[in-house]
Every structure is written in structure tokens, then in C-alpha cells.
Design a protein around this ligand. Structure first.
Ligand code: BES
Ligand code: MN
Ligand code: ZN
Length: 502
């Protein structure tokens, strides 16, 4: 992966393929953001003018290249836009996005000097994270592994203008790097094609990574699922040649302030099952394990950061396929813990695997359960492709999760769980059906999950169907494909708990 370092040199003195400066929209046109001083000097104070001449405005997302004068050690200057000019410092998200655009624009170069407004620790962390996320590429499936073409990520990024021995800035680079590494791990898992990533291979990847980081990984395979009575996971995975798994990933700290259980929907491919999805709706369904990817990576991040909290991740892994052994619409499943569910639509499979995992996680009596799932198209209809919905059995916790998400750069919106929608899931034969009213389908799914949360446990549900996978053009630090949404929210929650604030 790309490496970020702090440099005490000025951008003018650093040997690199490009120097990156930030620009913004001032009241009278483009202005340079702090950090660009040395570069501006090399342009004899005319950098803003030069950039304006070639059409730069400072708008968010903008990237404009100009050749550097001879007095700079780099041949190229790249100006990235921050949006509206700020008097008292730039917002972390504007810095992340600008750094991300810069790193994306410089795919194919080796080294860049970032002369951005990053002096305090928070902005250093934002630039580190944005740059490492922007530099990300997924080349595992290219025959040349992406070598030699424009897809090679930047190898080195130096944040210039740092003070010597600035411990807070150093820690900020470290935290930003950990979060970026784990988000990029999630992106890799989401981008992996479903013929390579299936329950068994995902469980193996988890086992290997767990060993490296001292995180305990336990794989509950098909035999153990049958023995334990995990009817939801088995019912969903039954149609596939690739058997399902439930993977437990546990990070513990001897001085833990709280215990958290994170549960991820891990459908490695969602064809819909017997209620088969039509063409046009299944091309991106490798992303249906994005919740499990985010949960897995956030437990690893908690371990790398050494947080004073116990975090258990539960990855509910299955492939939803139609076949002679698949669950039929009309079947009744006996879930882990004994509740029965009439499956009316095999495409509403996420809630079935999650229900088993929620009951199992609840047995260990964590203080909080948070599940993360690409659960419903309805949530996408409600909130669009960049915001996830937050539901909970506790209003204060829902508020905390939503605020932590927003603060960490993940757009989130609190959604209700209206009790009247429960009736639509009444089944004539079982305790509950896996489908209810079509209207408010995201909330119906949330109400289904709520039924499986043990009394006394505070629970939240993140429906990430919209933001998990970017089908549109890249923007800011977000590439096409897997985004790693929810990782930062889960890490922030673990940090909040470790600080004794939950
Ligand atoms: N994995 C899908 C939800 C989804 C849709 C995620 C689009 C990402 C993008 C989920 O399993 C599903 O198929 N949900 C159904 C539920 C319905 C049958 C009650 C849906 O939303 O249509
Ligand atoms: Mn489905
Ligand atoms: Zn699904």
C-alpha cells in the first residue's frame, strides 16, 4: 500500500513527481489554501493567477495540473479544490476529499509532496486517510496485476511543512493509516468476484488475518451450524454448492470499558434464490457481503489501535442461490434459538442470516449489538446511494451512532421502526414471515431483526444498501465499486466505548 510520511522540508525542496496544493473559492475568485506558500513563492506569487488562467476555480472535486517552474524540485503542480474558502480552518471532510482527489489524479506516479492545510493533528489525519483511500486501486483480477499502467497507486506521499518531533501529528498519521488499511481491506473483499470470495474462502481470509493481528477467529462450519440449529444461515446457504459459515472474530482488552458485538451480513453473492432477481438487479450482488467486510475490518482496526474495549464480530456468510436444495418460498425455517420463520421471498435472505447471528451474539450478553447489512433496496430508494439508514431499539443509541457516523465522514440518517408495520409480517403458519408491507421496506426489515434481539441489549441496525457499492463515477476519496462504508462508524463507536462514553 501507499505510505504516508511527515516531512519537515518545504514542498519546494522535496524531490517528487508532483507537488499538491489546495485551492478554494474565495469571494473574488480562486484563493490558495494555507500550505501552498513555498510553491507560490516559486511562482513569484502568481500561482493563484496561473491556476485561474487555466480554468481552476477552487470548486470541490476539481483537479488542475500546471508545469512547475525550475526552482521547484518537482516537475508538476497539482491544485485540488476544497470548495468554499474557510477563514478558520477547513473541515476534515473537505480535506479528506481533496487529498483523495489528489491521490486518484496521481495514479501512475511514484511520489507526491502534499502541501495542504494540514498543521494540526486532526487535519493531518484527514489528509492521511483521504490520500490513502484515494490511492486505492483493485488490480487483483487484471492479468498484469495493474503494473505499468495508470492504475498503479502512488507509492509515497510526504505531508510537507511538519514540525520536527510533532508527536500528535505522528499519531494522526498512524491512526489515519490504520483506518485506511482496514477500509481498503474491506474494499478488496467487496470487489473480489464471487467466484473467488465465498463463505469458505472468506472464513480462511479471516483466519489468516486474525492470526497476524492476534485476534481470535472461530469458524462455525456447515456441520457445526447443523448441530447448533442455525436454520436461518443454513436455509439461505442451502441452495449453493458452497456451504455457509458463521465466523466469530474476537478482540479483547484486559481493561475493557464495554463489550460490543458487531454483526455483518455476508451474502457473498445474492442471486435472490428461487425468488430469482431479474437481469439488471444481480450484476453488483457480490457487494452483498459488504456488512461482513466492514465488521471484520473494524474488529481488526480496534485490535491495531489497541482500544480498551471488547469487540466481537460475527460474519454471517452464505451464498444465496437457486437449486434443488434451495429454500422454497413457503418453507418454514427453525432459526437459531427456536423461533420459526415462513420464507415468503427467498430474496429477503439477509434478515434470515442476521437473525441467527443476532441471537447467537446475544447469548454472550454484550452491552451493545450493531448489525451492518446491505439489506434493502427500499433504503436506497429512501436515502439514495450515499447515505445509510440507522435504526435502533433505543433512541439515544440511535442518535449516538448517527452522530458518530456523520462526524467520521459517513453520511447517515436516523430512521424509525414504526410498530404498526410489524403486523404485515404475521404468518399464517410460523411465528413471523420474512416479508411484510412493501412500503417502508427498509423499516420492515429492521422490525424483523428487532424480534431477535434479546431483552436488555441495546441494538442498532445500519442498512448500507445505498453507500456500500459505488456504481457511479469516482468522487473525493471514493472509487468505483466497494466503498467500505460503516468501517469508520464502527471504529468510532469502539473508540467511544473505550473512552467510557457509551
Ligand atoms: N441484497 C438485497 C438488497 C440490496 C439491493 C442491496 C440493492 C444493495 C443494492 C436484499 O437481499 C434484497 O434482495 N432485498 C429485497 C427484500 C424484499 C424481497 C423484501 C429488496 O430490497 O428488494
Ligand atoms: Mn436478496
Ligand atoms: Zn441480499
Amino acid at each position: 500500500m501507499t505510505a504516508v510520511s511527515l516531512s519537515t522540508s518545504t514542498a519546494a525542496a522535496l524531490r517528487a513527481d508532483a507537488v499538491v496544493v489546495a485551492v478554494a473559492k474565495g469571494p473574488k475568485g480562486l484563493v490558495l489554501a494555507p500550505g501552498a506558500e513555498a510553491v507560490d513563492e516559486a511562482f513569484e506569487g502568481r500561482l493563484a493567477e496561473v491556476l485561474t488562467t487555466v480554468g481552476a476555480t477552487g470548486a470541490e472535486g476539481e483537479a488542475v495540473k500546471v508545469p512547475a517552474p525550475a526552482s521547484l524540485k518537482a516537475p508538476l503542480v497539482l491544485a485540488v479544490g476544497l470548495g468554499e474558502a474557510a477563514e478558520d480552518g477547513y473541515a476534515a471532510e473537505a480535506l479528506r476529499a481533496a487529498a483523495g482527489v489528489a491521490a486518484r489524479t496521481l495514479h501512475g506516479s511514484k511520489k507526491a509532496a502534499f502541501a495542504l492545510p494540514a498543521t494540526d493533528a486532526a487535519s493531518v489525519e484527514a489528509v492521511t486517510l483521504g490520500a490513502l483511500l484515494g490511492a486505492y486501486t483493485f488490480t487483483a483480477c487484471r492479468s498484469d496485476n495493474g503494473k505499468g499502467d495508470a492504475k498503479t497507486p502512488l507509492a509515497e506521499i510526504a505531508i510537507t511543512g511538519s514540525k520536527r518531533g510533532d508527536k500528535a501529528a505522528k499519531a494522526a498519521v498512524e491512526r489515519g493509516t490504520v483506518v485506511a488499511e482496514e477500509m481498503n481491506r474491506t474494499r478488496d473483499l467487496v470487489n473480489m468476484p464471487p467466484n473467488d470470495l465465498f463463505p469458505k474462502s472468506f472464513a480462511e481470509i479471516a483466519t489468516t488475518a486474525g492470526k497476524e493481528l492476534g485476534v481470535k477467529v472461530e469458524v462455525i462450519d456447515e456441520k457445526a451450524l447443523i448441530k447448533g440449529g442455525f436454520g436461518g444461515i443454513l436455509g439461505v446457504g442451502g441452495g449453493s454448492e458452497r456451504s455457509p459459515r458463521l465466523v466469530k472474530v474476537a478482540y479483547t482488552h484486559p481493561k475493557a470499558k464495554a463489550s460490543l458485538a458487531f454483526i455483518g451480513k455476508g451474502i457473498t453473492y445474492d442471486s435472490g434464490g428461487i425468488s430469482l432477481k431479474p437481469a439488471g438487479h444481480n450484476e453488483t450482488m457480490k457487494c452483498d457481503m459488504a456488512g461482513a467486510g466492514a465488521v471484520f475490518a473494524s474488529v481488526l482496526a480496534a485490535a491495531k489501535l489497541g482500544l480498551q474495549v471488547n469487540v466481537t464480530g460475527w460474519l454471517a456468510l452464505a451464498e444465496n442461490m437457486p437449486s434443488g436444495s434451495a429454500t422454497r418460498p413457503g418453507d418454514v425455517l427453525r432459526m437459531y434459538g427456536g423461533k420459526t420463520v415462513e420464507v415468503l421471498n427467498t430474496d429477503a435472505e439477509g434478515r434470515l442470516v442476521l437473525a441467527d447471528a443476532i441471537v447467537r451474539a446475544g447469548e454472550e450478553k454484550p452491552d451493545y449489538i450493531v448489525d451492518v447489512a446491505t439489506l434493502t433496496g427500499a433504503m436506497m430508494m429512501a436515502l439514495g446511494s450515499r447515505t445509510f439508514g440507522v435504526m435502533a431499539n433505543d433512541d439515544a443509541f440511535r442518535g449516538t451512532v448517527t452522530e458518530l457516523a456523520e462526524a467520521s465522514g459517513e453520511p447517515a440518517w436516523a430512521m424509525p421502526l414504526p410498530a404498526h408495520l410489524r403486523k404485515g409480517m404475521d404468518s399464517t403458519v410460523a411465528d413471523i414471515a420474512n416479508m411484510g408491507e412493501r412500503m417502508g421496506g427498509g423499516l420492515v426489515a429492521g422490525l424483523f431483526l428487532k424480534e431477535f434481539v434479546a431483552d436488555g441489549i441495546t441494538w442498532a441496525h445500519l442498512d448500507i444498501a445505498g453507500p456500500a457499492f459505488n456504481e457511479g463515477a469516482p468522487f473525493g476519496y471514493t472509487p468505483k465499486g466497494g466503498t467500505a462504508t460503516a468501517v469508520r462508524t464502527l471504529v468510532a463507536l469502539a473508540e467511544h466505548a473505550a473512552d467510557g462514553k457509551l
